[in-house]
Structures are given as structure tokens and as C-alpha cells.
Design a protein around this ligand. Sequence first.
Ligand SMILES: Nc1nc2c(ncn2[C@@H]2O[C@H](COP(=O)(O)OP(=O)(O)O)[C@@H](O)[C@H]2O)c(=O)[nH]1
Ligand SMILES: [Mg+2]
Length: 677
Amino acid sequence: MPDNVDTTVRATRVAAIVGPYTSGKTSLFESLLCVSGAITRKGAAADRSRLGDASVEAKSREMSVETVAATTTFLDDTWTLLDCPGSIEFLQDTRHALMVADIAVVVCDPDPARAVMVAPFLKFLDDHGIPHLIFINRMEHAKASLTEIMSALQAVSERPLVMRQLPIFEGETVTGYIDLIHERAYHYEEGQPSTLIRIPTDVEADERALRQDLLESLADFDDSLMEELLNDAEPAKNDVFVSLKRDIADDLVVPVLLGEAERDHGVNRLWKALRHDAPAPQVTWERRKKDTPDGIAQVFKTQHASHTGRLSWVRVWQGCLTDQTTIVGQKIGGLYALQGADVTKIATAGMGAIAAVGRLEDTHPGDVLSEAGCFPAEIWPQPPQRLFALKLSTIKAGDDVKLSTALAKLTADDVSLHFGHDPDTGELLLWGMGEVHLMVAVDRLRNAFNVEVKAERPKVPFKETIKTSVTERGRHKRQTGGHGQFGDAVLEVKPLARGEGFVFTDRIVGGVVPKNYIPAVEAGVRDSLSKGPLGFPVVDVGVTLTDGSYHAVDSSEMAFKTAAGIGMRAALPKCTPTLLEPIWAVSVAVPSEWTSKAQRALSQRRAQILGYDKRPGWQGWDVVKAQVPQMEVHDLILELRSLTMGVGTFEWTFDHLQELSGRIADKAVADAQGDAE
Ligand SMILES: Nc1nc2c(ncn2[C@@H]2O[C@H](COP(=O)(O)OP(=O)(O)O)[C@@H](O)[C@H]2O)c(=O)[nH]1
Ligand SMILES: [Mg+2]
């Protein structure tokens, strides 16, 4: 693509605002909208009147739980800004938004200790080659020097960071900045654009040194710039801009800007950086289409809204989308513009625009819409493994069907949510990324679907086994008028090795139990294993039918099945029943400064720690491998996050069943018996 492509095509560009929770994304979103005139006055964070806090759930929890869009113009360019959730639990929406953005603005705090919170965002952006810049917010409240902040941020970025601006301090406060490419100094003015001032003499030397750093970083990817620097020539300003723009588009360098969103400081500068350096949608589409089917627009979010029905949020990649556009032989069911919580009907959405399309029932984030149909993207961020579950039950009788319908809709719109019945306990489980994630879903069930549910800790799917063998006769004989019932089976019950399950052997000789009754004996045995003497499914048991007898008239399949059950119920309690608890293989990933804390937390959860290693692809992170009782994994993610500023996580898989005795086992058995009564 030629460098000047966006000067000829005035298509809508999209900037996604991302970064950790409370870094100031929504404040920056409002400030960008206000400075560019889309809103006349900023809402207050305190009363949740900001455009970015559109949803009921966002308002009540004082955090963004889903992406909010708003469109504005800055110097004749149309922009749609996406205010994306920052909480780790809601990142799936953010990942989807980033996949369709031309550029991302990563907002962060001026605090080296919190730089690690930016790591998950930078990693995703670098993995997908998405152009981005960093905006250090609250610069006026920085507790560390810019050098310390930059080096902490660099430690979590695979790409080199380049400082675009140098702050000007008067005492403790930042009163303006120097632009390192223009080499101009600006003084912040309250409620007005900054004014041009002379570069203060005491920072001139710093300015020259940082500018040189910036040029050298760019020269690493630009031979002619390198040659100029080696010859001590002053590169032409335009060459520097062209170089910077190209490097950003290719995700080779990441410029760092500074400001204070609450006071609109640095926001005009950010707008200009976006205007000059954000790739045009045509450039983004060139990059995207390598792994995206051809089409008009790509879905990146779906949403159930009570007044409009289902909406599919799309970005227009080619041509334009109109309310007359045909998709799979059908006219689309309405086209809408999105502005905060407002959804307004429109006739067309041009190249690059973000719009919502009504009544497409079967779209998923990543799908590309074309006249021929709706096709999934080849590469699209898959939801991470679910980490936290709660058992749901309806409060009002008869709401069960309503609940499943609502959950189907909720989980279609949020692919990191999942629901289903646990095969072992039969409980209805809602799975997601964390407690807040699930509680927001519970709120939505109430607010959007009018279903009240109770959410509780799920049961652990304990099993039981036996440790000793016994032989027991099960005899069933009944004479009630007419012809009676008779079955008689001698069963040898013995423990099997862990994981062998259930093995039934027939060792009848001489037809003492006729062949046709033997499957009935096996069925009777199997039934008895569904709930053993401790109250749980019995596993790893071998049962051999060794002897028995029958009656020519009174014997039947039913009678032998009953006899087997009687035999098993007599046998199992004598075989030293033992509780088995499920153990998961867990890989905990944390920044290495917290590795030992994570190990300690695991040990306190009865884990067997197998060791730790570097986390592949993650600089400065470790992975601790451990075997952890499933019971202890339930709220592990909550503890990991609180230990690691929210970034720690884990992967899991079921590993094996392990004997459990003592106080915890006694309680599990007592609970199961309590439930049965
Ligand atoms: N002092 C100061 N406070 C800010 C600034 N930006 C945001 N805040 C405050 O920090 C809190 C979190 O900001 P918010 O924009 O909601 O963060 P988000 O979670 O990233 O969207 C709010 O109370 C804001 O008023 C800033 O530049 N300076
Ligand atoms: Mg926010």
C-alpha cells in the first residue's frame, strides 16, 4: 500500500481504547469525543453518566463489561472509537474489537509496579500484529520518573517503545510537553488547546538525547534514515513521519504519548498522532484479508437488545453496507449506528464504518458477511479455557425453560461464557472467566430476560471405590399368589486398579444360572454402582458371577437383576468403601515475581507441585505445574488474580481420581447423606 492512501480515501477509521481496569480508558474515550466535538460536555465518572458506561451492568458495577462505540470527526476525518473492557474477565469482547480496529490506544498508569497489568494487552497486540500506541494517563500524578515507567513498560512489550513526548515539569506538576519529532514545546491551558512555548533551556539536553533515541529506534527499520544518522545529517521531518507511520502500521515500534484524560491534557496530541499514524481501513483490510474470507463486513460482536432484537456489530471492510444489502438471499433486517447506549436507524454504512445489523440470527464474532452468505474467519481469537463455575437454579418454579433459552442467548453473545449440566452431579453449571463475569451474567438474566436465579458453589463430583474383596450371595425369592419370583447369584466383588472402571466376569459352569439371565445380573450390579455406601458412584470394581441357582417357573430377568442388587448392597459396605476425589493437572501462569507466592497458594490448596518453568512466549513469566484437587481449584483464579494484580491465570485438565480420607472426606460423605435425605 502506498503511504498516502488515507489522504485520498476518507473512510472511517477505528481506534480501540484498551488497557487495564481503571487506567482511564472511559475518561480518555470521553475526552477524545469532547475535544473533537461529538459531545459538548463530559459525563462524570462518579455518577456513571459517561457515554462509555452505557450498560446497566456497567453502571451498577462501576466498570466496563462490554465494548461501547461512538463516532466523531476530527479535522474532517471520521472516527469510531471503541471503549473496551479492561477487566481480565471481560477480555473476550476486547480481543474481538481489536481484531477489527485500525489502531489500538493502550491506556496505562504512570506506575512501574502496574506495568505488568498491560502485559496481556501488549502480548495480544503483538501476537496479532495490530498497530498500537501507548498513552500514559494521569501523568500529572506520576510517582516515578518517566525513565522508570518506560523501562517497566518496555519489559512487558516485545516491540521497542519510542517516546513521542517529553513532559515539562514545573516543580512536581506537569505543565506541558515537548514533541520529539516537531521539537516544539507546548504549555497546557485549562479548557483550551495548549499554547506553543519555547523549549525550556533546562530540558534541551534531555530533549536532544530522547529525540536521538527515537530516531535510532526508527532507523533500525529504515536504512536511509540509518545512513543519515551515521552521517550526522538532520533527517527531514517528513521522512521521520513516513518512517514512524510505516513502523506503526507493521507493528514494529510502539510510540508512547502522555497526558491526563480528566483534564484533556495531551488529548489533542493523541488525536493528531491517530490522524497521522493510524492505518486507513484499506490497509487494515489488506492485512486482515490474508486470514479472512472475502465479503463486505465482518461481525465482531453480537448483542441481544430488548428493543431491536439481536444485533450484530460489524465493521465494513469493502464498499458499503446499506439497509437494502442482501445477505444469503435476504435483505438485512435493519442497519443501525451506535453512539454509546443509543442505537439509531441509518440507511448506509460506508467503508470502514462500524454499524449494527439487525436480525441476523446465526452470526458469530469473526464471521464475514457477503451476498453469498456468512462465513467464519480462519483466524479469530478463541475464548480462553473457562476457569470458574457456579451452579444456577431458578428461584421461581417453572422458569427452567426460560432460563435455558436466556442462557443460550447470553452464551451466544459472549463466547467466554458456557453453560451445561455437569455429567456427574447433574447440576446446571455456568462457566466463565471469573466471579464478576458470572455475576454480571446473573444480573443480565434478571435485567434482560426476567429470570431470577440463585448462584452457588457447585458440588465436587466425588466418586468412591473399594479396597478389599468379599463374596456375597444375593437371593431374591417372593411368592405372591400366581407364580413367584426367584433369582440367586453369588458375586465375588474385588477392587481394581485406578482407572480400570467396572469389569464384569461370568464364571458360571454347568448352567446353574442360565445364560439368558446373566446380562440381567450384570445390569443389577451396574445399577448398584451408581450410588455406593458413601453416596457416590462406585468405580474401579471387578464383579464375578461365580455361582447361583434358578427356578424353572419363577425365575426371570427382573428377579436376577434384583438378586444381583441385593448381593451388591450387602457386599459393598464390607469391602472398605473409600472416597475418591478428582484431581486436576493445573498449569498456573504468573509473572515470575509472583512464582513463589503462587506455589505457596497452591500448597495451601493441598496441591502437589510438580515444578515450574518459563512460560513459552511470555518474557518474564513462569508456569507452575501442579496436581490440585478439583475442590480446591474452584476459587483458585480469584486468589491468583488477587496475588498478581489480576494477570495470573491457569489452564487445567482432569488428571485422575485419588483416595481421600480424614476430615474433608467425612464432611463430603455427611453432605452427600444430608442431600439424600
Ligand atoms: N486524576 C485523574 N483521574 C483520572 C484520569 N483518568 C481517569 N481518572 C479517574 O480514574 C477512575 C477510572 O477511570 P475510568 O476512565 O473509569 O477507567 P477505565 O476502567 O479504564 O475505563 C475514574 O474515577 C476517573 O475519574 C486522569 O487523567 N487523572
Ligand atoms: Mg471504562
